[in-house]
Write a protein that binds this ligand. Structure first.
Ligand SMILES: [Zn+2]
Length: 274
């Protein structure tokens, strides 16, 4: 069973299988499903995750993410400058997800017409494309902040039952706030998508933090930035709304590593008290 405390996300996890390895690399982030893991190794080291090469910055930083139902066992391979090549097992803890029942979703959203289905498919294609874009920016190294403060009304990974019908799990963290509440960038980045009216997600904004890491904000009332705009952490980029498949105004913040859907709450820590 998983014992998750917010503190654990702040700890550096050092691998010390061999005493000599301690200084050679470290990982930060919780080794669990839904987690973004940031790594630091010696400059010039090559890194593979499960046999796939990971991009590494000149100063030896890399990033990876594990989805909601990711397998628990992974392997990290590091090929150091001195010629040493070593494999390290990465073992994730398994999470338990909540079940959330939501009533009062409009029939048009529950049973979309063919033209709505086509539109939702096009929305998904655009979103996938924006998230797949690779940017060499390293804004993902920053300490992320909450895009707004408020009560958390939906958590990552929960199985959702809409009007009694089981549907896809929820992949974001929902923060309730009145329509018009400012939403800020949780870290620096560049806007890669800004669409005011997607079928399910309503007003939708994607901020690319580099190396495949992106934030997506959905159900927005207003988008205040255009694609291609660079934004700074804390800069207002949008307003909370109630657009798309919702029952009330809130921000739904999603975090991705490429197409892997991650839990923003693991990255950012607890919501600050008022
Ligand atoms: Zn949501």
């Amino acid at each position: 069973m998983v014992r998750r405390t917010w503190l654990s996300t702040l700890f550096f996890i050092s691998f010390s299988l061999l005493g000599a390895e301690v200084e050679r690399f470290s990982l930060s982030g919780e080794l669990t499903q839904g987690s973004l893991i940031r790594g630091q190794t010696l400059p010039g080291t090559q890194v593979w995750l499960n046999g796939q090469p990971l991009p590494v910055t000149q100063d030896g930083q890399f990033v990876m993410g594990f989805g909601r139902d990711a397998p628990l066992e992974h392997s990290l391979t590091l090929h150091f400058n001195d010629g040493d090549k070593s494999d390290y097992p990465l073992v994730l803890s398994q999470r338990e997800y909540k079940i959330q029942r939501i009533e009062g979703i409009a029939q048009r959203i529950m049973k979309p017409r063919p033209e709505d289905v086509a539109r939702a498919q096009e929305d998904a294609r655009q979103t996938r494309e924006a998230r797949e874009h690779f940017d060499t920016r390293t804004d993902w190294q920053q300490a992320f902040v909450w895009p707004l403060h408020g009560p958390i009304t939906g958590v990552y990974g929960s199985q959702r039952i809409y009007n009694g019908e089981p549907r896809n799990p929820h992949f974001g963290v929902d923060v309730a706030a009145p329509t018009g509440t400012p939403v800020v960038a949780p870290a620096d980045g560049v806007i890669t998508l800004a669409v005011p009216d997607m079928f399910y997600s309503g007003g939708t904004l994607i901020i690319d933090h580099g190396f495949g890491v992106s934030s997506t904000f959905i159900h927005l009332h207003k988008l205040l930035v255009e694609p291609g705009t660079a934004v700074k952490q804390g800069e207002v980029v949008a307003e909370v709304g109630a657009t798309g498949r919702v029952t009330g105004p809130h921000l739904d913040w999603r975090l991705n590593w490429h197409q892997e859907r991650l839990d923003p709450a693991l990255l950012v820590g607890p919501m600050p008290a008022k």
